[in-house]
Design a protein around this ligand. Sequence first.
Ligand SMILES: [Zn+2]
Ligand SMILES: [Zn+2]
Length: 328
Amino acid sequence: MILEAVGQPLQCRSIARPTPGPGQVLVKVAACGVCRTDLHVVDGDLTQPRLPIIPGHEIVGHIEAIGAGVEEFTLGDRVGIPWLGHTCGNCAFCRSEQENLCDAPLFTGYQIDGGYAEFTVAEAAYCFHVPASYADGAAAPLLCAGLIGYRALRMTGNTRRLGIYGFGAAAHILAQVAQFEGRSLYAFTRPGDSHAQAFARSLGCVWTGGSDERPDTDLDAAIIFAPVGELVPQALETVRKGGTVVLGGIHMSEIPAMPYRLLWGERTVRSVANLTRRDALDFLAIAGRTPIRTQIVPYALCDANSALRHLREGRLTGAAVLVPEHKS
Ligand SMILES: [Zn+2]
Ligand SMILES: [Zn+2]
């Protein structure tokens, strides 16, 4: 499924199977999650796609062929391929363990063909073993929703009462990890979205409500996954002195002007950008030890446009996952 021009539906095309170059692996895709970032690529909110591009960066599959010099994997290994597909290794960020901020990165499904396909090629150094306890489809959302949620959670520090704005794919994984760590979760949804609130309660959130409501206690921190700038002052309003509001999305509508008192008291607003390979190793190790229940909605690969539409309309409970039908 190929994006040929921004704003157009993906096109189903039959193309040659890619071959892995040095350091690369060919992966037969078993499942690929649909992430909100894919919507931002398709809609043109992210302005540097390589076109045409095959989207998809929550890939789970098996290694079908191996390029020269790859030692960390063997044929048949099950791997996960995330958003971070390449870094330069030379810039100040790469040299200071901040490769997520690399000056010359390449991202899967944005500049490197991704997983909305039967086969994909990736650099082996950016692939990961997937914990055996997860089925292919269930593991796919771990690769971005899980990872970004985990990085965002780390940015909140050691907090006990944590608010989450936007209860979708990332939140439903993060909620489980956070509770295993003994935190109390407060889920804010679109006002009146009783379906999302019931979903959040079923995952153990101690309070649920609309983003226009507030619990009767101050929160230690909040994470915003919804791409809605108006939520920033609303979240600051719920956070105690010294608390942090973490913005977990790659794109957000404009943040409105707000009174300084919302930030006063050493409150912090910060974004989370991409992920490091260290994050992936740490999080997948936790996922291996912790039984995270990912709720997925499977779609046939050729139905990718429907999956994207349902995500845009907020009609999904959990994470959409594309499943290619392999003929051989
Ligand atoms: Zn770099
Ligand atoms: Zn993503």
